[in-house]
Write a protein that binds this ligand. Structure first.
Ligand code: PLP
Length: 449
Protein backbone atom coordinates (compact mmCIF):
# COMPACT_ATOMS: atom_id res chain seq x y z
CA UNK A 1 0.00 0.00 0.00
CA UNK A 2 1.28 3.47 -0.80
CA UNK A 3 2.10 5.68 2.16
CA UNK A 4 -0.66 8.16 1.33
CA UNK A 5 -3.22 5.35 1.26
CA UNK A 6 -1.98 4.01 4.58
CA UNK A 7 -2.17 7.52 5.99
CA UNK A 8 -5.83 7.76 5.07
CA UNK A 9 -6.46 4.34 6.50
CA UNK A 10 -5.31 5.49 9.95
CA UNK A 11 -5.12 9.23 10.33
CA UNK A 12 -7.81 11.82 10.98
CA UNK A 13 -6.11 15.06 10.02
CA UNK A 14 -6.67 18.35 11.86
CA UNK A 15 -9.00 21.03 10.57
CA UNK A 16 -9.93 19.04 7.48
CA UNK A 17 -12.97 17.65 5.74
CA UNK A 18 -11.45 14.24 5.19
CA UNK A 19 -13.50 13.75 2.02
CA UNK A 20 -11.40 16.50 0.40
CA UNK A 21 -8.48 14.07 0.64
CA UNK A 22 -10.08 11.83 -2.01
CA UNK A 23 -9.16 14.48 -4.52
CA UNK A 24 -6.11 15.88 -2.75
CA UNK A 25 -4.36 13.11 -0.79
CA UNK A 26 -1.96 14.03 1.99
CA UNK A 27 1.49 15.08 0.86
CA UNK A 28 4.02 12.98 2.72
CA UNK A 29 6.94 15.15 3.74
CA UNK A 30 10.30 13.47 4.02
CA UNK A 31 12.48 16.33 5.18
CA UNK A 32 12.76 20.09 5.44
CA UNK A 33 15.51 22.66 5.04
CA UNK A 34 15.19 26.42 5.51
CA UNK A 35 11.89 27.56 4.01
CA UNK A 36 11.56 24.36 1.97
CA UNK A 37 9.72 21.12 2.61
CA UNK A 38 10.52 18.08 0.46
CA UNK A 39 8.11 15.24 -0.21
CA UNK A 40 8.94 11.56 -0.74
CA UNK A 41 9.37 12.11 -4.49
CA UNK A 42 11.78 14.97 -3.88
CA UNK A 43 9.35 17.75 -4.85
CA UNK A 44 10.08 20.99 -2.98
CA UNK A 45 7.46 23.27 -1.42
CA UNK A 46 8.11 26.79 -0.14
CA UNK A 47 6.54 26.82 3.33
CA UNK A 48 5.09 30.32 3.01
CA UNK A 49 2.73 29.77 5.97
CA UNK A 50 5.50 28.60 8.34
CA UNK A 51 3.66 25.30 8.86
CA UNK A 52 0.72 26.95 10.64
CA UNK A 53 2.66 30.06 11.65
CA UNK A 54 5.04 28.33 13.98
CA UNK A 55 8.27 27.79 12.06
CA UNK A 56 10.24 30.91 12.84
CA UNK A 57 13.82 30.39 11.68
CA UNK A 58 13.63 27.69 9.03
CA UNK A 59 13.17 23.94 9.06
CA UNK A 60 16.06 21.88 10.40
CA UNK A 61 17.87 24.95 11.61
CA UNK A 62 21.34 23.67 12.55
CA UNK A 63 21.56 25.75 15.74
CA UNK A 64 18.17 24.69 17.07
CA UNK A 65 18.86 21.07 16.14
CA UNK A 66 22.14 21.21 18.07
CA UNK A 67 20.44 22.74 21.12
CA UNK A 68 17.85 19.97 21.27
CA UNK A 69 20.38 17.21 20.64
CA UNK A 70 22.62 18.42 23.46
CA UNK A 71 19.69 18.51 25.88
CA UNK A 72 18.48 15.09 24.77
CA UNK A 73 21.59 13.41 26.11
CA UNK A 74 21.17 15.06 29.52
CA UNK A 75 17.49 15.03 30.42
CA UNK A 76 14.37 14.52 28.32
CA UNK A 77 11.74 15.35 30.93
CA UNK A 78 11.14 15.70 34.65
CA UNK A 79 8.12 16.42 36.83
CA UNK A 80 7.90 20.22 37.13
CA UNK A 81 6.20 20.42 40.53
CA UNK A 82 8.92 20.91 43.13
CA UNK A 83 11.52 20.08 40.47
CA UNK A 84 13.13 22.34 37.95
CA UNK A 85 16.05 22.49 35.54
CA UNK A 86 18.46 24.97 34.16
CA UNK A 87 16.97 25.32 30.63
CA UNK A 88 13.61 26.45 32.03
CA UNK A 89 15.22 28.91 34.44
CA UNK A 90 17.55 30.39 31.80
CA UNK A 91 14.68 30.66 29.38
CA UNK A 92 12.60 32.78 31.77
CA UNK A 93 15.62 34.93 32.56
CA UNK A 94 16.03 35.63 28.85
CA UNK A 95 12.38 36.02 27.92
CA UNK A 96 11.86 38.61 30.64
CA UNK A 97 14.26 40.85 28.71
CA UNK A 98 12.15 40.81 25.55
CA UNK A 99 8.52 40.63 26.69
CA UNK A 100 6.39 43.67 27.54
CA UNK A 101 7.26 45.33 30.87
CA UNK A 102 5.81 44.11 34.12
CA UNK A 103 5.33 40.46 33.15
CA UNK A 104 7.42 38.45 35.57
CA UNK A 105 5.96 35.01 36.37
CA UNK A 106 6.00 32.14 33.89
CA UNK A 107 3.54 29.22 33.87
CA UNK A 108 4.49 26.50 31.37
CA UNK A 109 2.12 24.34 29.33
CA UNK A 110 2.31 22.47 26.08
CA UNK A 111 0.22 24.18 23.43
CA UNK A 112 -1.40 27.49 22.64
CA UNK A 113 -4.94 26.49 23.62
CA UNK A 114 -3.66 25.23 26.96
CA UNK A 115 -1.92 28.54 27.64
CA UNK A 116 -5.23 30.33 26.96
CA UNK A 117 -7.10 28.02 29.35
CA UNK A 118 -4.43 28.76 31.93
CA UNK A 119 -4.87 32.51 31.43
CA UNK A 120 -8.66 32.33 31.75
CA UNK A 121 -8.53 30.28 34.95
CA UNK A 122 -5.81 32.49 36.39
CA UNK A 123 -7.84 35.63 35.71
CA UNK A 124 -11.01 34.17 37.17
CA UNK A 125 -9.30 32.94 40.32
CA UNK A 126 -7.41 36.22 40.73
CA UNK A 127 -10.66 38.18 40.77
CA UNK A 128 -12.26 35.69 43.13
CA UNK A 129 -9.36 35.81 45.58
CA UNK A 130 -9.07 39.58 45.57
CA UNK A 131 -12.67 40.18 46.60
CA UNK A 132 -14.40 40.29 43.22
CA UNK A 133 -16.40 37.05 43.06
CA UNK A 134 -18.97 38.77 40.82
CA UNK A 135 -16.38 39.14 38.09
CA UNK A 136 -16.94 35.82 36.35
CA UNK A 137 -17.36 36.54 32.66
CA UNK A 138 -14.97 37.09 29.79
CA UNK A 139 -15.00 39.67 27.04
CA UNK A 140 -13.65 38.97 23.60
CA UNK A 141 -13.66 40.41 20.09
CA UNK A 142 -15.81 39.16 17.26
CA UNK A 143 -13.93 37.03 14.71
CA UNK A 144 -11.39 36.14 17.37
CA UNK A 145 -9.54 32.85 17.60
CA UNK A 146 -7.86 31.53 20.72
CA UNK A 147 -7.64 27.78 20.21
CA UNK A 148 -9.76 24.67 20.21
CA UNK A 149 -10.32 23.58 23.80
CA UNK A 150 -13.68 24.41 25.36
CA UNK A 151 -12.54 27.50 27.28
CA UNK A 152 -10.53 28.80 24.35
CA UNK A 153 -13.41 28.12 21.97
CA UNK A 154 -15.75 30.01 24.29
CA UNK A 155 -13.71 33.20 23.94
CA UNK A 156 -13.25 32.46 20.25
CA UNK A 157 -15.98 33.84 18.07
CA UNK A 158 -15.52 32.34 14.65
CA UNK A 159 -18.58 30.35 13.74
CA UNK A 160 -16.50 28.03 11.57
CA UNK A 161 -14.82 26.60 14.67
CA UNK A 162 -17.18 27.34 17.53
CA UNK A 163 -20.79 27.43 16.37
CA UNK A 164 -21.66 23.76 16.59
CA UNK A 165 -20.31 23.55 20.15
CA UNK A 166 -22.28 26.57 21.37
CA UNK A 167 -24.32 24.57 23.90
CA UNK A 168 -21.06 23.44 25.53
CA UNK A 169 -19.49 26.90 25.77
CA UNK A 170 -19.32 29.68 28.38
CA UNK A 171 -21.50 32.71 28.00
CA UNK A 172 -19.03 35.39 26.97
CA UNK A 173 -19.45 39.06 26.08
CA UNK A 174 -18.65 39.76 22.46
CA UNK A 175 -17.38 43.11 21.28
CA UNK A 176 -17.47 44.06 17.63
CA UNK A 177 -13.84 43.87 16.46
CA UNK A 178 -12.20 46.57 14.36
CA UNK A 179 -12.62 45.79 10.68
CA UNK A 180 -10.27 48.15 8.91
CA UNK A 181 -10.83 46.83 5.39
CA UNK A 182 -14.58 47.26 5.66
CA UNK A 183 -14.48 50.09 8.21
CA UNK A 184 -18.01 51.19 9.12
CA UNK A 185 -16.67 54.66 9.98
CA UNK A 186 -15.02 55.05 6.59
CA UNK A 187 -11.69 55.61 8.30
CA UNK A 188 -8.26 54.40 7.20
CA UNK A 189 -6.12 52.05 9.28
CA UNK A 190 -2.98 54.17 9.12
CA UNK A 191 -4.36 57.37 10.54
CA UNK A 192 -7.48 56.62 12.51
CA UNK A 193 -8.32 57.23 16.14
CA UNK A 194 -10.20 53.94 16.60
CA UNK A 195 -13.72 55.32 16.67
CA UNK A 196 -14.80 51.68 16.64
CA UNK A 197 -13.75 51.44 20.30
CA UNK A 198 -17.30 52.71 20.91
CA UNK A 199 -18.71 49.17 20.94
CA UNK A 200 -16.09 48.15 23.51
CA UNK A 201 -17.01 51.17 25.65
CA UNK A 202 -20.65 50.19 25.59
CA UNK A 203 -19.81 46.66 26.65
CA UNK A 204 -17.61 47.86 29.53
CA UNK A 205 -20.34 50.19 30.78
CA UNK A 206 -22.91 47.40 30.72
CA UNK A 207 -20.85 44.40 31.73
CA UNK A 208 -17.61 45.75 33.21
CA UNK A 209 -18.64 44.88 36.76
CA UNK A 210 -19.25 41.23 35.99
CA UNK A 211 -16.21 40.79 33.75
CA UNK A 212 -12.99 39.29 35.06
CA UNK A 213 -10.91 39.62 31.90
CA UNK A 214 -10.86 40.58 28.26
CA UNK A 215 -8.84 38.52 25.79
CA UNK A 216 -7.47 39.86 22.50
CA UNK A 217 -5.27 38.90 19.62
CA UNK A 218 -3.23 42.12 19.58
CA UNK A 219 -3.16 43.95 16.22
CA UNK A 220 -3.66 40.82 14.13
CA UNK A 221 -6.72 38.61 14.07
CA UNK A 222 -4.99 35.74 12.35
CA UNK A 223 -7.65 33.13 11.77
CA UNK A 224 -10.19 35.79 10.82
CA UNK A 225 -8.13 36.26 7.64
CA UNK A 226 -5.05 38.14 8.88
CA UNK A 227 -7.17 41.14 9.81
CA UNK A 228 -4.97 43.97 11.01
CA UNK A 229 -5.95 46.86 13.28
CA UNK A 230 -3.93 49.81 14.60
CA UNK A 231 -2.14 50.05 17.99
CA UNK A 232 -4.36 52.95 19.05
CA UNK A 233 -7.23 50.50 19.47
CA UNK A 234 -5.13 48.40 21.83
CA UNK A 235 -4.16 51.48 23.86
CA UNK A 236 -7.80 52.40 24.28
CA UNK A 237 -8.68 48.87 25.27
CA UNK A 238 -5.94 48.94 27.90
CA UNK A 239 -7.43 52.15 29.33
CA UNK A 240 -10.93 50.65 29.45
CA UNK A 241 -9.65 47.55 31.23
CA UNK A 242 -7.90 49.72 33.83
CA UNK A 243 -10.99 51.84 34.35
CA UNK A 244 -13.22 48.83 34.98
CA UNK A 245 -10.75 46.56 36.80
CA UNK A 246 -10.86 44.05 34.00
CA UNK A 247 -7.67 42.09 33.34
CA UNK A 248 -6.28 42.22 29.82
CA UNK A 249 -5.09 38.93 28.35
CA UNK A 250 -2.89 39.17 25.25
CA UNK A 251 -3.00 36.11 23.05
CA UNK A 252 0.38 36.58 21.37
CA UNK A 253 0.51 32.96 20.25
CA UNK A 254 0.56 34.01 16.59
CA UNK A 255 2.02 37.51 16.95
CA UNK A 256 4.90 36.82 19.31
CA UNK A 257 8.58 36.58 18.42
CA UNK A 258 8.87 39.16 15.69
CA UNK A 259 5.95 38.25 13.47
CA UNK A 260 4.54 41.80 13.51
CA UNK A 261 7.90 43.51 13.10
CA UNK A 262 8.47 44.02 16.82
CA UNK A 263 9.19 41.22 19.27
CA UNK A 264 5.58 41.29 20.54
CA UNK A 265 2.54 43.01 19.07
CA UNK A 266 1.86 44.83 22.33
CA UNK A 267 5.18 46.65 21.87
CA UNK A 268 3.57 48.64 19.04
CA UNK A 269 1.11 50.08 21.53
CA UNK A 270 3.70 50.86 24.20
CA UNK A 271 1.52 49.00 26.67
CA UNK A 272 1.52 45.74 28.60
CA UNK A 273 -1.17 43.16 29.16
CA UNK A 274 -1.79 41.60 32.58
CA UNK A 275 -1.40 38.12 31.17
CA UNK A 276 0.39 37.09 27.99
CA UNK A 277 0.09 33.77 26.15
CA UNK A 278 2.92 32.62 23.91
CA UNK A 279 3.52 29.42 21.95
CA UNK A 280 4.06 28.75 18.20
CA UNK A 281 7.32 30.67 17.57
CA UNK A 282 8.54 30.11 21.14
CA UNK A 283 10.39 26.91 20.19
CA UNK A 284 10.97 28.05 16.63
CA UNK A 285 8.10 25.78 15.64
CA UNK A 286 9.98 22.69 16.77
CA UNK A 287 8.24 21.38 19.85
CA UNK A 288 4.87 21.89 21.51
CA UNK A 289 5.40 24.33 24.34
CA UNK A 290 3.54 27.37 25.60
CA UNK A 291 3.90 29.84 28.43
CA UNK A 292 1.35 32.02 30.20
CA UNK A 293 3.20 34.96 31.71
CA UNK A 294 1.74 37.28 34.31
CA UNK A 295 2.53 40.05 36.78
CA UNK A 296 3.68 40.00 40.39
CA UNK A 297 0.32 41.49 41.32
CA UNK A 298 -1.60 38.50 40.00
CA UNK A 299 0.94 35.98 41.28
CA UNK A 300 0.80 37.50 44.77
CA UNK A 301 -2.96 36.94 45.00
CA UNK A 302 -2.30 33.18 44.94
CA UNK A 303 0.59 33.27 47.42
CA UNK A 304 -0.54 32.21 50.89
CA UNK A 305 -0.31 29.44 53.47
CA UNK A 306 -1.31 26.16 51.86
CA UNK A 307 -4.45 25.75 53.97
CA UNK A 308 -5.90 29.02 52.75
CA UNK A 309 -6.53 27.13 49.49
CA UNK A 310 -5.36 29.92 47.21
CA UNK A 311 -2.87 27.99 45.09
CA UNK A 312 -3.28 27.70 41.35
CA UNK A 313 -3.95 23.96 41.16
CA UNK A 314 -3.39 23.84 37.43
CA UNK A 315 -0.94 21.48 35.76
CA UNK A 316 0.03 19.72 32.59
CA UNK A 317 2.19 16.63 32.56
CA UNK A 318 4.66 18.12 30.11
CA UNK A 319 4.95 21.53 31.81
CA UNK A 320 8.42 22.94 31.32
CA UNK A 321 9.61 20.11 29.10
CA UNK A 322 13.41 20.46 28.91
CA UNK A 323 13.63 19.66 25.20
CA UNK A 324 11.14 22.42 24.44
CA UNK A 325 13.10 24.79 26.66
CA UNK A 326 16.34 23.86 24.87
CA UNK A 327 14.72 24.66 21.52
CA UNK A 328 13.42 27.97 22.86
CA UNK A 329 16.83 28.85 24.27
CA UNK A 330 18.42 28.17 20.89
CA UNK A 331 15.86 30.48 19.29
CA UNK A 332 16.69 33.23 21.78
CA UNK A 333 20.40 32.78 21.12
CA UNK A 334 19.81 33.25 17.40
CA UNK A 335 17.81 36.42 18.07
CA UNK A 336 20.70 37.79 20.12
CA UNK A 337 23.42 36.82 17.66
CA UNK A 338 21.79 37.55 14.30
CA UNK A 339 19.87 40.58 13.00
CA UNK A 340 16.69 38.54 12.50
CA UNK A 341 14.20 41.39 13.01
CA UNK A 342 16.20 43.84 10.92
CA UNK A 343 16.42 41.37 8.05
CA UNK A 344 12.74 40.50 8.34
CA UNK A 345 11.89 44.21 8.13
CA UNK A 346 13.87 44.49 4.88
CA UNK A 347 12.16 41.40 3.48
CA UNK A 348 8.81 42.85 4.50
CA UNK A 349 9.29 46.02 2.42
CA UNK A 350 10.54 43.91 -0.44
CA UNK A 351 7.50 41.64 -0.26
CA UNK A 352 5.07 44.54 -0.06
CA UNK A 353 6.49 45.95 -3.27
CA UNK A 354 6.62 42.56 -4.98
CA UNK A 355 2.95 41.93 -4.24
CA UNK A 356 1.92 45.40 -5.36
CA UNK A 357 3.83 44.91 -8.62
CA UNK A 358 2.43 41.43 -9.22
CA UNK A 359 -1.20 42.19 -8.44
CA UNK A 360 -1.59 45.85 -9.46
CA UNK A 361 -3.57 44.84 -12.53
CA UNK A 362 -5.79 42.29 -10.81
CA UNK A 363 -9.33 43.56 -10.29
CA UNK A 364 -10.14 40.87 -7.75
CA UNK A 365 -7.65 41.84 -5.06
CA UNK A 366 -9.60 43.81 -2.49
CA UNK A 367 -6.74 44.75 -0.25
CA UNK A 368 -3.09 43.89 0.21
CA UNK A 369 -2.39 44.41 3.90
CA UNK A 370 0.63 43.71 6.01
CA UNK A 371 2.14 43.88 9.45
CA UNK A 372 5.73 42.83 9.85
CA UNK A 373 6.47 40.09 7.37
CA UNK A 374 2.87 38.90 7.40
CA UNK A 375 1.11 39.90 4.18
CA UNK A 376 -2.46 39.08 3.22
CA UNK A 377 -4.54 39.56 0.10
CA UNK A 378 -8.28 39.50 0.16
CA UNK A 379 -9.73 38.00 -3.02
CA UNK A 380 -13.10 39.57 -3.75
CA UNK A 381 -15.68 39.42 -6.49
CA UNK A 382 -15.75 43.19 -6.78
CA UNK A 383 -12.95 45.35 -5.42
CA UNK A 384 -15.10 48.51 -5.49
CA UNK A 385 -17.97 47.16 -3.43
CA UNK A 386 -15.69 44.73 -1.53
CA UNK A 387 -18.24 42.03 -2.25
CA UNK A 388 -16.83 38.58 -1.59
CA UNK A 389 -17.09 35.55 -3.86
CA UNK A 390 -19.69 33.02 -2.69
CA UNK A 391 -17.97 30.98 0.03
CA UNK A 392 -19.18 27.79 -1.68
CA UNK A 393 -16.93 28.46 -4.64
CA UNK A 394 -13.92 27.97 -2.32
CA UNK A 395 -11.80 30.29 -4.42
CA UNK A 396 -8.93 30.31 -1.93
CA UNK A 397 -8.93 26.53 -1.86
CA UNK A 398 -8.72 26.32 -5.66
CA UNK A 399 -5.65 28.56 -5.58
CA UNK A 400 -4.17 26.44 -2.80
CA UNK A 401 -4.46 23.23 -4.81
CA UNK A 402 -2.84 24.76 -7.87
CA UNK A 403 -0.03 26.30 -5.81
CA UNK A 404 0.82 22.93 -4.27
CA UNK A 405 1.39 21.45 -7.70
CA UNK A 406 3.89 24.22 -8.39
CA UNK A 407 5.78 23.95 -5.13
CA UNK A 408 4.15 26.51 -2.85
CA UNK A 409 2.37 25.77 0.43
CA UNK A 410 -0.14 28.63 0.40
CA UNK A 411 -2.92 27.33 2.65
CA UNK A 412 -5.46 30.18 2.66
CA UNK A 413 -8.01 31.39 5.21
CA UNK A 414 -11.23 31.31 3.22
CA UNK A 415 -10.58 33.69 0.32
CA UNK A 416 -7.68 35.41 2.03
CA UNK A 417 -4.31 34.36 0.63
CA UNK A 418 -1.50 35.15 2.98
CA UNK A 419 2.24 34.96 3.38
CA UNK A 420 3.54 34.38 6.90
CA UNK A 421 6.93 32.83 6.14
CA UNK A 422 9.86 31.99 8.41
CA UNK A 423 11.63 35.25 9.24
CA UNK A 424 14.81 34.04 7.51
CA UNK A 425 13.25 33.82 4.03
CA UNK A 426 15.32 35.26 1.18
CA UNK A 427 14.25 37.71 -1.53
CA UNK A 428 14.54 35.12 -4.31
CA UNK A 429 12.30 32.75 -2.37
CA UNK A 430 9.73 35.49 -1.85
CA UNK A 431 9.79 36.36 -5.55
CA UNK A 432 9.26 32.73 -6.48
CA UNK A 433 6.32 32.48 -4.07
CA UNK A 434 4.73 35.67 -5.41
CA UNK A 435 5.13 34.43 -8.98
CA UNK A 436 3.46 31.09 -8.26
CA UNK A 437 0.73 32.79 -6.28
CA UNK A 438 -0.01 35.16 -9.14
CA UNK A 439 -0.15 32.41 -11.77
CA UNK A 440 -2.43 30.26 -9.66
CA UNK A 441 -4.76 33.10 -8.76
CA UNK A 442 -5.07 34.30 -12.36
CA UNK A 443 -5.76 30.76 -13.56
CA UNK A 444 -8.40 30.25 -10.91
CA UNK A 445 -10.09 33.55 -11.70
CA UNK A 446 -10.14 32.66 -15.37
CA UNK A 447 -11.88 29.39 -14.56
CA UNK A 448 -14.55 30.89 -12.33
CA UNK A 449 -15.26 34.34 -13.78
C1 PLP B 1 -2.61 28.88 17.03
C2 PLP B 1 -3.29 29.81 17.94
C3 PLP B 1 -3.88 29.37 19.13
C4 PLP B 1 -3.93 27.91 19.52
O1 PLP B 1 -2.69 27.33 19.69
P1 PLP B 1 -2.59 25.70 19.56
O2 PLP B 1 -1.17 25.42 19.87
O3 PLP B 1 -2.97 25.37 18.16
O4 PLP B 1 -3.53 25.14 20.55
C5 PLP B 1 -4.45 30.31 19.95
N1 PLP B 1 -4.47 31.61 19.62
C6 PLP B 1 -3.91 32.08 18.50
C7 PLP B 1 -3.94 33.53 18.21
C8 PLP B 1 -3.33 31.19 17.60
O5 PLP B 1 -2.82 31.65 16.45
Amino acid sequence: MRLAEKDLKYIWHPCSQMKDYEELPPIIIDHGKGVYLYDMEGNAYIDIVSSWWCNLLGHCNPKINAGIKAQLDKLEHVIFANFSHEPAISLCEQLIEIIPNGLTKFNFSDNGSASVECALKMAFQYQYQTGHPRKKRFMCLSDGYHGETIGALSVGTMDLYAKIYQPMLMDTIRIEAPDCYRCPYGACRDNCSAACIASAKEAFVRYGEETCAMIVEPLLQGSAGMRIYPPVYLKKLRALCDQYDVLLIADEIATGFGRTGKMFAFDHAGASPDILCMSKGLTGGYLPMAITVTTDQIYDAFYADYNEGKAFMHSHTYSGNPLGCAAALAVQKIFREEPILENAAKRASFLTQALLDAFADCPHIGEIRHIGLIHAMEIVKDADTKEAFPAKWRVGYQVYKKALRRGLLLRPLGDVLYFNPPLIIEEAELLQAVKICRECLLETLEEIC
